[in-house]
Unconditional design. Sequence first.
Length: 391
Amino acid sequence: MMDKYIKKSFENELKNITKKGLFRSLKTMYSADGKIISNNSKILNFSSNDYLNLSNNKEVKSASIKAIEKYGCGATGSRLISGHRAIHERVENEIAELFESESCLIFGSGFLSGLGVVSALADKNDEIYSDKLNHASLIDGSLISRAKCYRFKHKDLNHLERLLKNSTTKGKKIIISDSLFSMDGDIAPIEDLAKIAKKNSAMLIIDEAHAVGIYGKNGAGISSMLSKENRPDVILGTFSKALGGYGGFAISSKLIRDYLINRSRSFIFSTGLPPVCLGGAEKAFDIVKEKGSLGSELLGKAKLLHEYLVDLGVEMNKFESHILPVCIGDNLKTVALSKKLLNDFNILCVAIRPPTVPEGTARLRLSVSLAHSDNDLKYTAEKIKLCMDSL
């Protein structure tokens, strides 16, 4: 039985969370692609990471089913014990080839890949230089590593160089950044980061989670658009966004892969990714490669929605990607706007609040999908403006 004082402390904390407009709860949905059918009505979903609308693709589902039939539902063990299957090895080799790299290592999720790579490659003698808006997995991996951590101002190269100039470490220096920032939709200056890393004899780790499948040759991300000498030492990716599935991976040299297999705790102590996830991811990559234009088609739709919103007088950042934040600022107002859009117009735009984003920057985060028609985009822009004015 929980002590009454401990119970009271949890209750008080939840009251404080609610008072600040930060209380969260789970909502059951039939599906989470671009268009959801719920209670016999169509809901336009602008809060999905299924950017290329592949989660319900017939070919992807068929490949997933075939993987289950051949390998079973689960890997049944960590990959170093008994959970390494032929499909793990095959998909890793295919992804490495796609990214024009020596090797790839698949993790149980995107979060586990970020956490496991950073915490394994850095130790207490090293220094980490991380963009202030990096994903939580990169932040947590940095803290677990016990390295000395410096967070440079978002995309501020001058601040990064000043921090590096003051370095006193005799260990490694590691620069870490998302390529496409998930809450602001802006793109990191990866080539400049690569030059700074080279100048300061530092490693460079880039998380391409929101760019894989959309940018670069065959969907290999923004880093693949750079010259080979400027590519990161490690590229992180995921199957759970544009590819519509689940799982994470790290692209690196064979040396780094071997090191991660022996030192990354989130890899060593996790059951291998289920074959069903690998079968779907393999087919999703094939579709992106075969179609060739899915990423540019998505960006065209996102640009159209951005233009609709700007034309209606909604204040927007400059267009950069398929992620479009509509900043409101106040937590309670953002939640009210999100609820009104859903209840009155069947538009799902979840309110994003601290600590996911900095204090005072609560927003609607619009994720455009290939499931959205141009009419859907126009309708959504109009209703967002209408609800903003009414509130």
